[in-house]
Design a protein around this ligand. Structure first.
Ligand SMILES: [Zn+2]
Length: 296
């Protein structure tokens, strides 16, 4: 074996190498082809992976834009909004577009949806409503924490608490505003001035959290003495809600020291559901939802 091996490799180089060379060349060619194919395959796969990750982003963006720019959702709202644009001149947020933007907040979480004079509730927003004790309706998803909170207040000695106002249709929001404006006009106030005063307390349609069913105005006994007054702040029953609401995922939505940000008067009775995590953060830091969402 070793001898014949030596013999063949030595003098017989000319005869065998031609076949071997061909075989070698073919083998080499095959290897090169395989390597090239593999490289191309890897490149194609990488390219595909890149485009796979890029494509969905661009489609979701355009989908969102499509939702944001739905003309029908802003048309219906532009009337009350346009009349409401002037009164906030002393407030830092007055430079924001008064027409409002639909869904312009960095979250898609239903419980963190930002609804205010700049961020309108989409007209096609749908909500499952459930009637709670007292006859008001709220988003089905907040029934449990809301009931727990009310029961805890009752156990703490504040019996008689209930939801005074829950879900409102946008039409009801408008009707409430119209009614209050008319009262002031009848008293001799200019209609525009009356409207601007009223919307400090009653949110125009699609700018109210009540339109989404995730906010409630709480009745507690001292309301029967003070009505919708900042004085409720110092009453034990409303203080209880401010102190404990976060445990149930609610926040005091319009704090006294955040009027310039929220563009709503201080409302010791209005509590908004945001979920426990956000509620604990917001209430413990003494901030408002706009600040929590980086939208102040
Ligand atoms: Zn309210």
């Amino acid at each position: 074996m070793t001898q014949s091996g030596r013999g063949s490799s030595g003098p017989s180089r000319k005869r065998l190498p031609i076949r071997q060379r061909r075989q070698l060349l073919l083998l080499l060619l095959a290897v090169v082809l395989i390597v090239v194919a593999a490289v191309i395959g890897i490149l194609v796969a990488m390219d595909r992976r890149q485009s796979e990750t890029q494509e969905p982003i661009s489609t979701t963006l355009s989908e969102q834009e499509g939702q944001l720019s739905t003309p029908s959702s802003t048309e219906g709202i532009s009337e009350p909004e346009s009349t409401s644009s002037e009164p906030t001149s002393s407030e830092p947020t007055s430079s924001k577009p008064s027409g409002g933007q639909v869904g312009n907040y960095p979250t898609q979480d239903w419980n963190l949806i930002l609804i205010n004079k700049q961020n309108l509730l989409p007209e096609d927003y749908t909500v499952d409503l459930v009637t709670v004790s007292g006859g008001q309706r709220v988003d089905a998803r907040i029934v449990e924490p809301l009931t727990d909170m009310l029961n805890a207040a009752r156990q703490a000695g504040y019996s008689g608490v209930y939801v005074m106002s829950g879900y409102r249709t946008p039409a009801l929001s408008q009707a409430l505003i119209d009614k209050e404006v008319q009262i002031r006009v009848n008293q001799g106030m200019d209609e525009q001035a009356a409207y601007e005063e009223v919307i400090q307390a009653i949110a125009p349609p699609y700018t109210s959290e009540h339109n989404a069913g995730i906010a409630v105005d709480i009745y507690a006994p001292s309301y029967s003495v003070y009505g919708f007054s900042p004085a409720l702040e110092n009453q034990a029953d409303y203080s209880w809600f401010k102190e404990h609401c976060a445990e149930y995922g609610f926040i005091l939505r319009y704090p006294k020291d955040k009027v310039a940000v929220t563009q709503y008067q201080f409302e010791p009775w209005h509590f908004r559901y945001v979920g426990q995590e956000a509620a604990q953060a917001i209430m413990s830091q003494g901030i408002c939802l706009e600040e929590y969402l980086g939208q102040a």
